[in-house]
Design a protein around this ligand. Structure first.
Ligand code: FAD
Length: 435
């Protein structure tokens, strides 16, 4: 049995490791186009800002761990250019072909790029190879960030904390549009004191003095030393064009709960695949690290003969912006409506610790739930203190399908340094029961 895995990131290496644990005798090969496998992409913003000084600290396990201890044949700097699912072969960049019995595709995504490029000054980051190159190129202290999503804000925050002059360009009326502005009101105000935020309708790019990237946003020009582009990602699936594997309109591979694709013995996992949402069982793309790891493990298990089912995700997203802990899970009201729910929401502003205990901060909590059934559909949180654990508590409630009444009775631990006796989450749930 030869299990071949394309992509050595979170999903690919989780798949390989699980397959090895299940089957000591299988031949397992991982083919990775970059120089590194098994590393923390999520740590890249902190490497770029200097909080993580050595990129090698982002590597979870060295390649040798997989090759020697786990008996997994890892081929780095090896690019798969096509897959033939009839012949059960993949073709590599040098035209050699590898036969497989089971194939797992875990090729992730790549950053969307602009047509405009200036080497050493305009960057998009996805892989550790790219991050190392960008870090070498960073010069000056004026940073432009194009994109107002989680990655754009994370990067803006990191460079602002280094006292770079940061300008963030947003095509929306407000930053982080997935989150209710009332939830991030204080964070947004504090952020705009530290960085310049430009909202634009139209944008153009040109080379300025000394070849510096210059953005023309509506009519105004902004020249900077460096420009980071964080405008989303595209799945790495072009090489599957003639493979008969079903994909959605965006090129993401459609999988079932076992990570099986439409072609027998071919699995897909991680960001290149679209799987299911926990709340309504419908397809949803959740390009997140822990989701990729779990999808990979499920794919590796099924490919090596032990059934495992992925239970879905609620897309829990957490980010540190300046000293704020910001996050969301499940559906916003807009998404919930699109999916046929009749959503209602409650938002409360509370305190993160007992008021008399030092070090607390305001915390804003929002819950979204179905008006008729009171089933929780989503949540959002923002606070400088104890926000992350509360998001995870809320996520657990959303994930397990609790109603707002069950959330109200949920037995959260209490002690003054971590929360008030009536926790803002519980107050939020109680408001939904008053209508
Ligand atoms: C800067 C940054 C910060 C992030 N922060 C967070 C965070 O805080 N929290 C969170 O949950 N998620 C975060 N993410 C997202 C998270 O890292 C991804 O969801 C996760 O890495 C996806 O894992 P994956 O295995 O599907 O893809 P990847 O880790 O991207 O691995 C795919 C691998 O496949 C290789 N490959 C692609 N095509 C081929 C081919 N044709 N042949 C051979 N190899 C190929 C690629 O080189 C790559 O190494 C972040 C991502 C980035 C870039």
């Amino acid at each position: 049995m030869h299990i071949l895995i394309i992509g050595g990131g979170a999903a690919g290496m989780s798949a390989a490791s699980k397959a090895r644990r299940n089957d000591k005798n299988a031949e397992i090969t991982v083919v990775e186009s970059g120089n590194f496998v098994s590393y923390a992409q999520c740590g890249i913003p902190y490497y770029l800002s200097g909080k993580v000084s050595d990129p090698m600290n982002l590597i979870h396990y060295p390649v040798e761990e997989f090759r020697v201890k786990r008996n997994i044949n890892v081929k780095t700097e090896t690019y798969v250019k096509s897959v033939d699912t009839t012949e059960h072969t993949v073709t590599l960049h040098d035209n050699t072909a590898i036969h497989y019995d089971r194939l797992i595709i875990a090729t992730g995504t790549r950053a969307k790029r602009l047509d405009f490029s200036i080497p050493d000054r305009v960057h998009s980051v996805r892989t550790l190879d790219e991050a190392i190159q960008i870090k070498r190129d960073l010069s000056g202290h004026q940073m432009g960030i194009l994109g107002d999503g989680v990655l754009g804000l994370e990067l803006a925050s990191e460079f602002a904390e280094k006292d770079w002059e940061v300008t963030l360009f947003s095509k929306h009326e407000r930053i982080l549009p997935r989150v209710d502005p009332a939830v991030i009101i204080h964070m947004s105000k504090d952020l705009s004191k530290k960085i310049r935020i430009i909202h634009f309708n139209s944008i153009n790019f040109k080379r300025g003095d000394s070849d510096k990237p210059t953005i023309v946003a509506d009519r105004d020009e902004y020249c900077m030393d460096q420009l980071m582009v964080a405008i989303g990602t595209l799945p790495n699936t072009e090489f599957l064009k003639n493979s008969k594997i079903d994909m959605d309109a965006e090129g993401r591979i459609i999988v079932n709960e076992r990570m099986e694709t439409s072609v027998e013995n071919v699995y897909a996992a991680g960001d290149c695949a679209i799987s299911i949402n926990r709340i309504d069982g419908q397809l949803q793309w959740n390009p997140l690290a822990q989701v990729a790891n779990k999808m990979g493990r499920v794919a590796g298990s099924n490919a090596s003969g032990k059934r495992m089912d992925f239970k879905g995700s609620v897309g829990t997203t957490l980010v540190k912006i300046l000293d704020y802990e910001v996050g969301y899970c499940g559906f916003s009201e807009i998404e919930a409506k699109k999916r046929g729910f009749d959503p209602e929401s409650k938002t409360v502003s509370g305190w993160s610790r007992a008021k008399y205990y030092s070090g607390g901060s305001e915390i804003i909590v929002k819950i979204v739930y179905d008006k008729t059934t009171l089933r929780l559909l989503g949540g959002e949180i923002c606070s400088k203190d104890n926000g992350a654990w509360r998001l995870n508590a809320l996520e657990t409630a959303v994930y397990s399908g609790m109603t707002t009444e069950e959330l109200f009775y949920n037995d959260l631990g209490y002690t003054p340094p971590f929360g008030p006796v009536w926790d803002p989450i519980i107050i939020c749930a109680s408001l939904s029961l008053r209508d």
